[in-house]
Each structure stands twice: as C-alpha cells, then as structure tokens.
Ligand binder design. Structure first.
Ligand code: FAD
Length: 447
C-alpha cells in the first residue's frame, strides 16, 4: 500500500488529504502539523473578533478525530525537522513529548505555509499578537476578555492588518493604526488608496503614518519620533515568510527567498515530492513569469491537482495564478488581479481608467465604481486590473478573472453581454466601457 505524508494540516494540507482520500480509498495518509489545530478557516479568523463569525468552532472544518473516521492519521504538535529525499523519510519531533521519530513515505506533500513576520520591538512583548492560527485567535480573545482592554494598536497595512482594524472597531475598541509608509495597502495604486485614510478618520481611528514602534514598555509604545502612545494590545500584520527552513538540507530545491518551485502538476524537483499553498513558487496564468500568491484559492486548486496526480490521473494540471483578490474595508471593497504595479512596469503597456455608477445612474443609491486596467500595448492583454467601490466590485473582478482565463483581451470587454436591469448595472457596464475606451486608445496608438 503506498503511503503519502503531508506536512501541514491547514488550508493546503487538509484539503489535499480530503481530496486524496475521496479519490483513493486505499492509500495510507498521514498528516503532521506542528501546530495545535488543523483544518481551520484562517480567512475567517478576523471576523470572529468582530463577531461576524459568532462562534470560533464554526471556523473548524475538520479535526484529527473526523480525519481518523476517514482513515487519515493526524499528528498535531508534531514538527517535521528534516526530510531525506534519498531515503524517502522525514524526521519528526513530537513537541509535547519531546521525542523524535522517523517515518517513511512513497509520496510527500508539502504545505507548510508561511509564518507572520515580526519586528525586534515586539519580541517578548506580552501584549503583542499576530493573527495566523486558531491559537493566535484564542490568545487575542483571552487578552481582550481578561484585561478588558478597550484600545488596540494595529501595525501594518496588508489585508490582515486592515481586516483587524475593521473587526476591532466592530468589537468597540479604540484603534490606532501605525504604518511605516505614507501609502496604505501596497497591492493597490496610491491614488486609488486615498480613501483608506479618510475612511479611518470617519470611523474615529487614529492614523499614524511614516512611523514605527521602536519600543514597548508596560503597555506604552514609543514611536520613531519619540511620541508615546497607549498600547495595551498590539496586533502586527506586517507580512509573512515561507516556513521552509526544515527543507534546506533535503535536496528539494528552494528559491533565494525560501519558496518551493513547482511545475504544473505540483511536483518539486524531486519526482515523488509535491508542494502547494503559501510556500510555493508557481507561474502567472496570463504571462510567462514566476510568482508566489499567498492566498487560499491556489492552495485548494493545487490540492485537487496533486491528489489526482498521485492517484494516477495525470490529466489534472495547474494553469497558474492571476492572484485574484478582494478585501472589504468597512463600506469599501477593493480587488486586484494580475501583475503587481512594479512588475507591470517591465511590460510595454498603457492604462485605461474608467469610473461610473454601479447601477443605472437614475437609481437611488447608485454609487461609483472604478476600474483600472493595465493593457499590453501590442496584444491588448490585461496585465493587471484594480477595482474599487462600495458595491459590485466582487462581480467585476470575477468577470475579469474569467475573461482573462479564457483568453479575452481588454478590447473584448466591450463584447461581454452583461445582465442588465437598472438595480444591477447600466446597459453598458463599467467593464464594457473600459473595453470601449481600450479600443479607442489602441486605435490612437496605432494611427
Ligand atoms: C488572518 C488571515 C486571513 C486570511 N484571509 C484570506 C482571504 O480572505 N482570502 C484568501 O484567499 N486567503 C486568505 N488568507 C491566506 C490563506 O489562509 C492562506 O493562503 C492559506 O492558509 C495557505 O495554506 P497553506 O496550507 O499554504 O498554509 P497554512 O494554512 O498556513 O498551513 C500551514 C501549516 O503547516 C504547518 N507547518 C509548517 N511547518 C511545519 C513543519 N515543519 N512540520 C509540521 N507542520 C508544519 C503549520 O503549523 C500550519 O498549520 C488569510 C490568512 C490569514 C492568516
């Protein structure tokens, strides 16, 4: 009986185990995870703090017990310390019992994810937290309940930091936001991000930009300019790093930044070792360029591909990523896809901007929605897109993702027959109009 060992039992690992068991009832499957919990919805963690996820148990999709019923062995608090790809073995440390064991595999699936970054000023500060696991969530919830804290400081302007700001405000806390740069939310263009600061101000959030915490002492944080602020709870959302150090001696190829390169079958440079999730380097779907997208869709899709590959269905393939993402910040929705602004600057392109009302302009409550496209100068390919508004952003970004996936150009957007009725759109939607604008621009450029 072949045996698959899976390292990491949350988004990618647990999904791969479930998929593999679903298609292959006989293969042995063992999951090792160094954490306390497996198979929880990381993406929902912030919303338990704000109350939109009313019970934390709802975030748990599967447990070691429910996996045992499917004949999948799960070992939590078991950290894989090293992998030997010549012998097909892993060295695992049971961190509760403090003992090491060796286990062997026919197939190895790596889904170790990425760990939150920290800064020296927050190390060993009892009131400083990150939010990455269910354990982190429990620590934050316990701190709020035990100390009755009514103020929080959030550092970092990625989506986790911003989601935490929203949810802490919903929870009734006074929030101070600290960010070391001027612009908020790096995935979005500076001029499209301006609403963040205004939105924060209107919600009573104190915003401190271009500064950092240099020291925390007794619930008081000192900033770069010497200012001291109350910080009885600090949440840091300042980026992530792939958790792949344990692979450094394994013979599994890693990039300079510690990512695991994989091909379209999820396979690494070793033919019985597969990888998925936040720790992999894959390719973009729409351009021939490597990327790492630390988001859930890719982990779930790759779990499907790898489990089919292992079970003998060689037709399953991963077609790369667009990095399609969306975030809510109070009343706003923000979505982007494709290359980053920095990456897109290497391509010969022009920008198409279009803003119009999300539904027929004469309807009460119609509000603006803005689309920005980065269009390839030679072929009209959509290299990058950003959509910002208060309603209908999800629909537009998903249409764009499907359109690009099926080979549609920016000009072709004019041809998408959208569903029209005044509460939903105009007869020419914001995407149709971006298409018409692209056609005009292309004509002018080619004159
Ligand atoms: C707060 C939060 C909100 C998010 N919101 C969204 C969202 O809205 N949309 C979206 O698309 N994505 C979101 N994400 C990202 C998404 O959760 C990740 O992309 C996804 O979890 C990646 O799956 P993974 O399997 O690679 O890593 P993870 O789900 O992080 O699992 C990795 C597991 O591997 C274990 N592990 C690591 N090293 C070892 C080792 N050596 N031995 C044993 N076990 C090990 C870890 O303990 C961990 O449990 C969010 C993430 C967070 C933290």
């Amino acid at each position: 009986m072949p045996k698959a060992i899976i390292i990491g039992g949350v988004a990618g690992g647990a999904t791969a185990a479930s998929q593999l068991r679903r298609i292959d009832e006989t293969i042995d499957i063992t999951i090792y995870d160094k954490g306390r919990d497996i198979s929880f919805g990381n993406c929902g963690l912030p919303y338990n703090i704000g109350g939109e996820v009313s019970r934390r148990e709802k975030l748990i999709a599967a447990t070691p017990e429910s996996f045992a019923e499917k004949n999948v062995d799960v070992y939590t608090r078991h950290e894989v310390m090293s992998v030997d790809t010549d012998k097909n073995t892993v060295m695992v440390k049971d961190t509760e019992e403090n003992v090491e064991l060796e286990d062997s595999y026919d197939y190895l699936i790596l889904s170790p994810g990425a760990a939150p970054r920290t800064v020296p000023a927050l190390l060993d500060v009892p009131e400083a937290f990150v939010l990455h696991t269910l354990e982190d969530l429990d620590l934050i919830q316990a701190h709020i309940k035990m100390t009755g804290v009514n103020k929080a400081v959030v550092i970092g302007a990625g989506y986790i930091g911003l989601e935490m700001i929203e949810n802490l405000v919903e929870r009734g806390l006074d929030v101070t936001f600290i960010h070391r740069r001027e612009s908020i939310y790096a995935p979005l263009e500076d001029d499209l991000s301006e609403f963040f600061a205004a939105e924060m101000e209107s919600r009573g959030i104190t915003v401190k930009l271009n500064t950092e915490i240099v020291e925390v002492n007794g619930g008081i944080a000192t900033l770069t300019n010497g200012e001291e602020i109350e910080a009885p709870m600090i949440i840091a959302g300042i980026g992530i790093l792939p958790q792949t150090k344990f692979l450094e001696t394994s013979g599994i190829k890693l990039t300079e930044t510690g990512l695991i390169p994989v091909d379209s079958t999820g396979c690494t440079n070793i033919d019985n070792v597969f990888a998925l999730g936040d720790a992999i380097e894959t390719t973009y779907q729409h351009v021939d360029q490597k990327t790492n997208v630390a988001l859930a869709w890719g982990a779930h899709r790759m779990a499907f591909v790898i489990s089919h590959q292992i079970s003998g269905d060689k037709s399953a393939a991963f077609e790369g990523l667009l990095g399609t993402n969306i975030m809510r910040f109070f009343d706003y929705d923000i979505a982007t896809l494709g290359l980053s602004e920095k990456e897109v600057s290497d391509y010969d392109h022009f920008i198409v901007d279009h803003k119009q009302r999300n539904k027929a302009g004469y309807m009460e409550g119609s509000i603006p929605i803005q689309v920005r496209l980065y269009v390839g100068r030679n072929d009209g390919r959509i290299l990058r897109a950003s959509v910002v508004g208060k309603e209908g952003v999800d629909k537009r970004i998903d249409i764009l993702a499907a359109h690009i996936r099926l080979g549609g150009t920016a000009m072709d957007l004019a041809n998408i027959e959208i569903a029209y009725s005044p509460p939903y759109s105009s007869p020419k939607s914001v995407l149709n109009m971006a298409g018409y604008k692209t056609i005009e621009k292309m004509k002018k450029l080619n004159e």
